[in-house]
Design a protein around this ligand. Structure first.
Ligand code: ADP
Length: 157
């Protein structure tokens, strides 16, 4: 079984992230979404709420698991016996960052990074954008994945 870790802050998890996971499932049998606990980045949405929201989004998708981790991503991957990291890439700035991380993770743990380009219509979507809009009480539901049909296909609030 081919498994990948999809690591990130997901503060919050957007339709851009969702699209990477769905497309990643064409490449991997199983994807573990790892919500990294980051002591430097200030969180907007509590990590437990992010975990619950992502679990609910993928409630109908048994190939997707969600976990919180607070170690290096390579160590998290190794704990699970996983040799692949899945990441998304939107722009040149993402590329530079992802290349450095991929190189480090390869050197540190022999873990390969698989990058998927964003769909153009999602290229401008980031957790930062959603957080900014949210802080001004704007409706951000268009940027968040819908919950499965069992819940009337509600989007997150
Ligand atoms: P991090 O804090 O590790 O950068 P993020 O939660 O911001 O984590 O993002 C996790 C991954 O998802 C990263 O690889 C990021 O480039 C990717 N990503 C974020 N937004 C999008 C998007 N709109 N389309 C495709 N990939 C995205």
């Amino acid at each position: 079984m081919r498994t990948a870790i999809f690591p990130g802050s997901f503060d919050p998890f957007t339709i851009g992230h969702y699209d990477i996971v769905k497309r990643g499932l064409c490449l991997f049998d199983r994807i573990i979404i790892g919500i990294g606990r980051n002591s430097v980045k200030k969180e907007t949405f509590p990590i437990r709420e992010r975990l619950a929201a992502i679990q609910r989004i993928f409630a109908d998708e048994p190939a997707v698991e969600v976990e919180i981790y607070d170690c290096l991503t390579v160590d998290f991957a190794r704990e699970h016996g996983v040799s692949f990291i899945l990441r998304g890439i939107r722009c040149v700035e993402d590329f530079e960052y992802e290349r450095n991380m991929a190189e480090a993770n390869k050197q540190l743990g022999g873990v390969e990074t698989i990058l998927l380009y964003t769909r153009p219509e999602y290229a401008h979507i980031s957790s930062t954008l959603v957080r900014d809009l949210y802080s001004y009480n704007k409706d951000v539901s268009a940027y968040l994945p819908a919950y499965p049909k069992t819940d009337n296909n509600d989007r997150q609030q």
